[in-house]
Design a protein around this ligand. Sequence first.
Ligand SMILES: *Cc1c(COP(=O)(O)O)cnc(C)c1O
Length: 356
Amino acid sequence: MKKHNFFAGPSILPDVVYEKTKEAIDDLYGSGVSLMSISHRSKEFQSVMDEAQELFKELLGIPEGYHVLFLGGGASSQFYMIPYNLLQTKASYLNTGTWSNKAIKEAKLFGETIEVASSADKKFNYIPKGFDVPKDIDYMHITTNNTIAGTEIKEDFDFGVPLVADMSSDILSRPVDVSKYSVIYGGAQKNLGPAGVTFVIVKEDILGKVDRAIPTMIDYRTHIAKGSMFNTPPVLPIFSTLQTLKWLKGLGGVEAMQKINAEKATLLYDEIDRNKLFKPGVANPEDRSLMNITFVMNDEYKDLDTGFLTLAAERNIVGIKGHRSVGGFRASTYNALPKASVEALVKAMQDYEKNM
Ligand SMILES: *Cc1c(COP(=O)(O)O)cnc(C)c1O
């Protein structure tokens, strides 16, 4: 398994997460029963759930009045769960890419949905600035990290309205002021754990304001009331997520992680800017994602694309082919990706340039 793994999701996890998960598949906490086969009501699994929620709160500094849920359905199910629970008349969305677009499509089923700004005019390669957010809305929705285009919103906005954020691909990569948000959600498979679990951080006082009837499983209040155990939760991905949280805490938490992530991203962006063969997917340094770094061949070297992928493969670098909607390359530099992998990619870029 010794590849430099730049896949965008599912993606690389810390080695200790694989090890601990393997152990628990054999025997969860000395119970003599596999993690996959023990009741989710057992004291062993209950302690996994409790610890994962507590550690999530601790690492992100989540204030009182918020709940951490671990649900199924992927971030994509949150695209409808959010408006189902929160949209009474009007909501507004910032359109920064494929995932925002999908969220907007679902919101339109529930009420008036205003797109306050969009970067669709330039294939989502920047974050719109200076837009107005109406005050008479139920909530404003943003996607903080745009996994496909490689842009990222790195500040915590304060629009004076409830803020909802899809943080699927940058959760726990840096500190966030959770008190500025009403809901933060995302799929685990980018920065947290294996696919199958979706985290939702929800502020209790935002709920109960819509008139419509909400199916039991879609109502956040159901899951809050039962400590995220109303039905069988995705036990294995939750266990692995807990191991990632412990690893992150051991590393010094989100502040330490942010520094490491910035170092890795700087290394790669500097090479993209320097190397004559390549150019960045996102021109404005302020808008560049620290998690998904997109780049393409400069126009005069366009036909050298596949050659670079071949060289990368020879050097055990996997997952750098760009998303089909963007082309070129994308290196996902999530929390668990070692700096050595970024160095290997940079070296491959330098060597490819030398041999031209
Ligand atoms: C991957 C991704 C999603 C979709 O997540 P699923 O868990 O596959 O539904 C949504 N939003 C963002 C920003 C993503 O990166």
